[in-house]
Ligand binder design. Structure first.
Ligand SMILES: CC(C)(COP(=O)(O)OP(=O)(O)OC[C@H]1O[C@@H](n2cnc3c(N)ncnc32)[C@H](O)[C@@H]1OP(=O)(O)O)[C@@H](O)C(=O)NCCC(=O)NCCS
Length: 155
């Protein structure tokens, strides 16, 4: 299925809010820089990200429907990429395709990504797109005691 990346639009916000509010998804990716507790805070946070010229934030569209979001930004390690897929659309190769497209839109290299050791799907997406592990450390902020925060890079 072809994924199209385009800047986030107002019509995406309901679906994006639902996706980023899903507690299981949030546990899979606790590094997300999109902190909010209410819809008002969420809308304000997205507006803030859209206004920041150092951030590239795109909606992933498949057959005209919002299926996820992907963002590059300047993080502590350097340029970083972060991505989410709506739960109903997992397992269709959409994240892998969207990541490949994002790497053609943001040419900054090296580019980094964080993934939890308990998130094999996210790890597979990155490895499929040429990322390689740099380091790992205990992810003390997550509920799983043995979780590790893996830093990957693509040069
Ligand atoms: C992680 C996430 C983006 C994956 O999205 P997706 O569209 O299902 O990913 P894809 O279908 O493109 O690829 C998933 C890969 O994981 C593999 N996979 C699926 N379940 C797996 C499992 N239990 N163990 C190992 N690999 C698994 C698939 O085989 C596929 O790899 P392949 O293409 O080599 O076969 C999605 O689950 C998500 O948004 N999660 C919440 C947010 C998140 O974790 N973001 C990542 C930030 S680090």
């Amino acid at each position: 299925m072809a994924v199209v990346l385009r800047p986030v639009q107002g019509t995406d916000m309901d679906a994006m809010f639902g996706m980023l509010s899903d507690p299981d998804s949030r546990q899979m990716a606790p590094f997300v820089a999109i902190d909010f507790t209410t819809r008002v805070e969420f809308d304000a946070r997205i507006a803030q990200l859209q206004a920041d010229p150092s951030i590239k934030l795109y909606s992933m569209m498949a057959s005209g429907h919002f299926v996820g979001a992907i963002m590059t930004f300047n993080g502590p390690a350097g340029r970083e990429v972060f991505y989410w897929i709506r739960r109903i659309a997992w397992g269709r190769g959409l994240a892998t395709e969207a990541m490949a497209r994002m790497l053609n839109l943001d040419h900054t290299r090296p580019i980094y990504a964080h993934v939890l050791s308990t998130n094999p799907r996210a790890l597979a997406v990155l490895e499929n797109c040429g990322f390689a592990e740099v380091s790992r450390r205990d992810a003390t902020e997550t509920p799983a005691p043995d979780d590790e925060d893996i830093l990957l890079v693509r040069n």
